[in-house]
Ligand binder design. Sequence first.
Ligand code: SF4
Ligand code: ZN
Length: 372
Amino acid sequence: MVSIFSLPRIRRSLPFPPRPDPEMPAPQCASCNKARAALRRPRSGQALCGTCFCAAFEAEVLHTVVAGRLLPPGAVVAVGASGGKDSTVLAHVLRELAPRLGISLRLVAVDEGIGGYRDAALAAVRRQAARWELPLTVVAYADLFGGWTMDAVARSTAGSGRSRSCCTFCGVLRRRALEEGARLVGATHVVTGHNADDMAETVLMNFLRGDAGRLARGGGLGSPGEGGALPRCRPLQLASQKEVVLYAHFRRLDYFSEECVYAPEAFRGHARDLLKRLEAARPSAALDLVHSAERLALAPAARPPPPGACARCGALASRALCQACALLDGLNRGRPRLAIGKGRRGLDEDGPPREAEPEASGPPASEPVPAC
Ligand code: SF4
Ligand code: ZN
């Protein structure tokens, strides 16, 4: 895959500042010169109407995919669909671009088993699949992981000091579930809807933990599919969250916007708050962090050790067990673990709680877990 340095830097769109005179109309769209502009894009300084903004957004995703050589013609692409705004926008944009890219799409949704949340989100995915005439496959944690659902994991960890870490368990298992679902539908590639803000939050979290290994694996637009894993990529990685929301708004996309019941407990929320404060002082902070991660990934000392195979499932792992099998092993023995292997500071050791990211124990590239 091509370095993201070769791709143009895209800065966040800013809404127009309050007009001194509310009666004064917004400027004309700089692209079509017909409609009134709805936003200004700092990257180009252009004031655009909704239609021209959506066209520009799609062109930029197309450029990201083509210039990064993310999805070759003929690829069967599994879109990780959660029903949320990011995966909804990703599926919609890729569906628009599919004829030009020569790819076919499959929606793969994961049912984590979260009562009162996931059922409604899955309903949104089913509506999208029906409206866009895309095949949908739902894979459930309970079927894949010996009956474990996220609610069962939360009950198992409640009161142990580990209950704040549901996203840690969920992220690891969801990555595995998405891989299984993608294989089930015959996909050759997996795409997820992580945007620039998600990636920046992950960089901040990994930096706060001093986790050079994850920082090293977190750069780039995806992972090439080492050790038999399907290649993964994030076509929206250079798009800001604000632009993703604007695209969904102007395209009138139907998505599920409620927050998961376990999300408020996640460490990611603190990184999000920090990112907002950074952006208040430096609007390009999110993309700067994404590009910084790429630079760190290029540093020779930060490269992860060569991967091996998990002794239980054969998936890629840098230790005896992959992270998913190690987490399930701990859950089944009544001793859920957050960190795996010696030398990793987790809840099994002294020190403050620490959450792990998916695939923390080794390549392929760690994947950020957005609030989903
Ligand atoms: Fe899983 Fe996302 Fe909920 Fe965390 S917020 S528990 S990762 S579904
Ligand atoms: Zn226009």
